[in-house]
Design a protein. Structure first.
Length: 99
């Protein structure tokens, strides 16, 4: 395979919400797409912890499945990021690990 982005979709999720399955996440490696999917799932399902399975949907791939767990952790001290004239306060961190 080349160094281009691979496509993944969420095939299974332990959270019971409308947006738990589906979606399209791209990354050069599965863990990169899993970080994006994990953050989106935790936000949309309003959960602190869940497990999900990504299935590769890239044309010509073997359509392997990869299972991950995602956790939303509150930071002890919020991070303040300044971009131009706006200020962004980061209060949570999203951790995604392979199962």
């Amino acid at each position: 395979m080349t160094e281009s982005n691979r496509s993944f979709t969420v095939s299974k999720c332990t959270a019971k919400c409308d947006k738990a399955e589906g979606g399209r996440y791209k990354g050069k490696i599965p863990s990169q797409a899993a970080r994006k999917a994990g953050r989106a799932l935790l936000k949309s399902c309003k959960k602190r912890q869940l497990k999900f399975t990504l299935r590769e949907t890239t044309q010509g791939s073997a359509h392997k499945e990869f299972t991950y767990s995602a956790i939303k952790v509150k930071l002890d001290k919020p991070q303040i990021i300044k971009r131009g004239n706006s200020t962004i306060t980061v209060t949570h961190e999203y951790l995604v690990h392979a199962c």
